[in-house]
Design a protein around this ligand. Structure first.
Ligand SMILES: NC(=O)c1ccc[n+]([C@@H]2O[C@H](COP(=O)([O-])OP(=O)(O)OC[C@H]3O[C@@H](n4cnc5c(N)ncnc54)[C@H](O)[C@@H]3O)[C@@H](O)[C@H]2O)c1
Length: 336
């Protein structure tokens, strides 16, 4: 492998456009081409970024021989396209979720292993600097025992997403983050879902996740809200931490003088408010960090920050939430 790595993007819609832009900004990377089945999209992207566009991604792969590829086609096509890429021995970043079902995700994970290529998945919030700071806060025990984690990801309906519902499309971000932070498997889930705008799938979910270590995860995710909000609240013995994914702000609302143990908290009478600490987060574009990590994994022959197995775990829990929404039952999750 030469020093400069040859990159390509397949699918240059809303997300793929950003991959094209960021690869072009990265030192040590040459964006050698992209593919998109839509002629108009192909022409406008080629013109804007001065890079060769192909209607057929197989032709792109044959002619340009990239070392690494981002797959950013609609989720139902991830299996078909990512399989074709990895079978050629090319390192692959698949946008999230890895596939639209567990079996296909497992097929891609097995293929990456068999072909010895890096498989990264675009669960971009893991690269969000505020989330990284939050994780170090929790690892340092700043908030003590965690009781509950609440994720809110709401906004207007994106008419282009027709292949999957809001649980697979959006809630997989939050499921992945909650699993990462809880550090414990999910054992059961329950969801109330609604279908208001989407023609075939759920477009709102209120979900509950129970982790083996006793932490409760709460999800409020929808495509029904006029304003976009992406927030995470962690409640623990030492207080509450709030992360705003969009602004990359982290605020720690300390409990009053109660220390950080549950016993101390139990002695508390009434409300006690402590300091509000607004942390300085050094803000960076999460996609740039994600692609830097992907390239670093290829160069250093190490796993990426978010692996295929991580995405499979999120997908398993997402599918359980979908089933719960349909059956109105609590669903036990094995290997969550
Ligand atoms: N990480 C994130 O925050 C994030 C955000 C948005 C979307 N996504 C993911 O990115 C993927 C794409 O979503 P989007 O919002 O960009 O969708 P989109 O519809 O805007 O873009 C998909 C593009 O793929 C092209 N395409 C379809 N079939 C193709 C084929 N066979 N060959 C080549 N191109 C083909 C379409 O023409 C379109 O331009 C999805 O998996 C989605 O979940 C991730």
């Amino acid at each position: 492998m030469t020093d400069t790595l040859r990159a390509a993007v397949i699918g240059v819609g809303v997300m793929g456009q950003h991959h094209v832009r960021v690869y072009r900004e990265m030192p040590g990377i040459e964006l050698v081409g992209f593919a998109d089945a839509d002629d108009t999209m192909c022409a406008s992207t080629a013109q804007r970024h001065h890079v060769r566009g192909y209607a057929d991604y197989r032709v792109l792969l044959d002619r340009e021989q990239p070392d690494l590829v981002t797959v950013a086609v609609p989720t139902i096509l991830h299996l078909e396209v990512a399989r074709e890429v990895m079978e050629r021995g090319i390192h692959t970043l698949v946008e999230k979720p890895l596939a639209d079902n567990e079996r296909d995700a497992q097929t891609l994970i097995d293929l990456a292993r068999a072909r010895n290529v890096v498989l990264a998945v675009g669960h971009i919030e893991r690269h969000n600097p505020a989330v990284k700071l939050l994780k170090s806060y929790l690892d340092e025990g700043r908030i003590g025992t965690i009781f509950e984690m609440r994720a809110e990801r709401v906004g207007p309906f994106p008419a282009r997403i027709r292949d999957v519902g809001v649980i697979l499309d959006l809630a997989t971000h939050d499921i992945d983050i909650l699993c990462h932070l809880a550090g414990s498997p999910v054992t059961r889930v329950f969801a109330e879902t609604q279908q208001n705008i989407h023609s075939t799938r759920e477009d709102t979910v209120s979900g509950l996740l129970r982790f083996e270590n006793g932490v409760t995860g709460v999800l409020q995710v929808n495509w029904l809200t006029p304003t976009k909000s992406r927030r995470l609240l962690i409640n623990g013995a030492g207080g509450q931490i709030e992360v705003d994914y969009i602004t990359q702000d982290l605020t720690f609302y300390e409990n009053g003088d109660v220390g950080d143990t549950f016993q101390n908290l139990q002695l508390l009478r009434g409300i006690s408010e402590g300091r509000h600490i607004r942390e300085k987060v050094s803000k960076r574009e999460p996609l740039r960090l994600e692609l830097d990590d992907f390239v670093g994994a290829i160069r250093d022959r190490r796993p990426p920050l978010v692996t295929g197995d991580d995405s499979l775990r999120a997908l398993r829990i997402a599918e359980a939430l979908v089933r719960s929404g349909q059956s109105h039952q609590v669903i036990q999750v094995a290997g969550g």
